[in-house]
Design a protein around this ligand. Structure first.
Ligand code: PMP
Length: 285
């Protein structure tokens, strides 16, 4: 089945789907995005992603490209036209097309683009069984990381640094030596007492939808959580480390920089939490 992209009202062959050269997303990174996982043809945590999309748009004073109902209908149509059973849908909204000038242009419609692609659950499962390696890098981003902006250059550089050193992800470190989050994931540790720790939301990290879902599940299961920042030293000496994201779910980390975590295999609690999160995805609520 050939890939189809949605671009401003049209469903187009992926290879010939284009946006205007003066789209402000292209020239200023003046836009926001979401990535929603599809499993068995079903969108995971759709409402959470749309809530966050609306919030990001509001923070940047970009109009919603359409109402929520029609947007959901387009998402479903993109999934259908691409024949996606397991994969992701990518949504991007920019301020629109206007002659290049920094201030907001008046009376132009925002641009809406959607693409979808298949992902193999088996590949991810293998990663989860082995665990992944993480490096740490300085966090060089702006201070509104709560907005899911398409301005991702520091994240791109962090992920490339991880790739260059054979790692899966780079956890970013703020000026106080505390972990903020991964380049495209949220960071968690489990300390020597078995306590689960992750950084509170605010402007310094993206409020991950997977992070929020896992926190809800922890509450339901009566598992204690400490919402606080943790340092690089705590990360290196943690009993277990894991990361969360829409495309990684709960993924155990077995090495950080030169420090082997636990016995170098996915930790018991991380594996349990992965199971709990997957049960949540299957149950659909
Ligand atoms: N932090 C950053 C910087 C991200 O890009 C992502 C992925 N969107 C996440 C965290 C994880 O968020 P989510 O669980 O919503 O995928």
């Amino acid at each position: 089945m050939s890939r189809i992209a949605y671009v401003n009202g049209q469903y187009l062959p992926h290879r010939s789907a284009n946006v205007h050269v003066e789209d402000r997303g292209y020239q200023f990174a003046d836009g926001v995005y979401e990535v929603v996982t599809v499993i068995g043809g079903r969108l995971i945590d759709e409402e959470g992603h749309l809530d966050r999309l609306w919030r990001s748009l509001g923070e940047l004073q970009i109009d919603a490209p359409m109402k929520r109902g029609p947007l959901k209908a387009v998402m479903r149509e993109v999934i259908r036209r691409n024949g996606i059973k397991d994969g992701i849908i990518y949504l991007q909204v920019t301020r629109g097309v206007a002659p290049r000038d920094h201030p907001f242009p008046k009376n132009i419609p925002p641009s809406l683009v959607m693409t979808a692609k298949r992902l193999s659950p088996e590949k991810l499962e293998k990663k989860a069984e082995e665990g992944v390696v993480v490096i740490t890098v300085p966090d060089i981003r702006w201070t509104r990381r709560d907005i899911k902006s398409v301005s991702l250059l520091p994240n791109v550089l962090a992920k490339q640094a991880a790739k260059d050193s054979g790692a899966y992800e780079a956890f970013q470190v703020d000026e106080e030596g505390m972990i903020t989050e991964g380049s495209s994931t949220n960071a968690w540790i489990i300390d020597s007492d078995g306590k689960i720790i992750t950084r509170p939301t605010g402007n310094s990290i993206l409020a991950g939808i997977t992070r929020a879902a896992l926190i809800r599940e922890l509450e339901k299961h009566g598992i204690e959580l400490e919402l606080r920042s943790f340092s690089v030293e705590e990360l290196h000496s943690a009993r277990e480390v894991f990361l969360t994201s829409s495309t990684s779910y709960v993924l155990p980390v077995v090495k950080v920089d030169d420090h082997v975590i636990g016995n170098g295999h996915p930790g018991i609690i991380s594996q349990k939490l992965r199971g709990i999160y997957q049960d949540f995805m299957i149950a659909g609520k």
